[in-house]
Design a protein around this ligand. Sequence first.
Ligand code: COA
Length: 140
Amino acid sequence: MIKFLDIDYLDDIYLLVNNYLNFIDYKYIKNELTNLDNEIIGFFVGTELVGVLSYLKILDEIEINYIVVKEEFRRNKIASELFKNIFKLKDFKVINLEVDVTNRSAIEFYLKLGFKQIRIRKNYYQGKDGLEMKKVIGEL
Ligand SMILES: CC(C)(COP(=O)(O)OP(=O)(O)OC[C@H]1O[C@@H](n2cnc3c(N)ncnc32)[C@H](O)[C@@H]1OP(=O)(O)O)[C@@H](O)C(=O)NCCC(=O)NCCS
């Protein structure tokens, strides 16, 4: 089941996300949950939160903040299902994101969803380079 997450889920989101992306801290998530332009959607198996996708709406564009699926639940299309909810949003033309250039699994995942590689941004992640990717909504 997929649903929008509110501040009541702050601790659950933090425990899931910070485990894999340690630069996303508690305060960062709290700020996201209180920003009206930011949405976080969660994927539940039973009552357990096993996937989250956070994004920011900026005019007619969407900026992905992060997506995380709990390790033992990966390769079950959970992240793909979370993204489907973004692809069907009305009034948005483009989805942008940055990913650590060394994060091959995430890059493969984004390519599979139809994202294109735009450019490398030097020193984007605490000394690591970031790959900027983009998808025009509706294009394969
Ligand atoms: C990237 C991530 C969100 C993918 O989640 P997922 O639920 O396993 O992804 P899906 O099952 O929807 O994958 C869909 C397709 O993407 C590709 N893909 C996903 N993970 C992959 C991997 N590790 N290696 C190669 N291709 C991969 C495959 O084509 C896959 O389809 P298939 O399983 O039929 O081959 C997950 O690996 C994750 O949480 N990583 C850690 C956090 C992270 O790095 N997030 C991204 C940066 S913000």
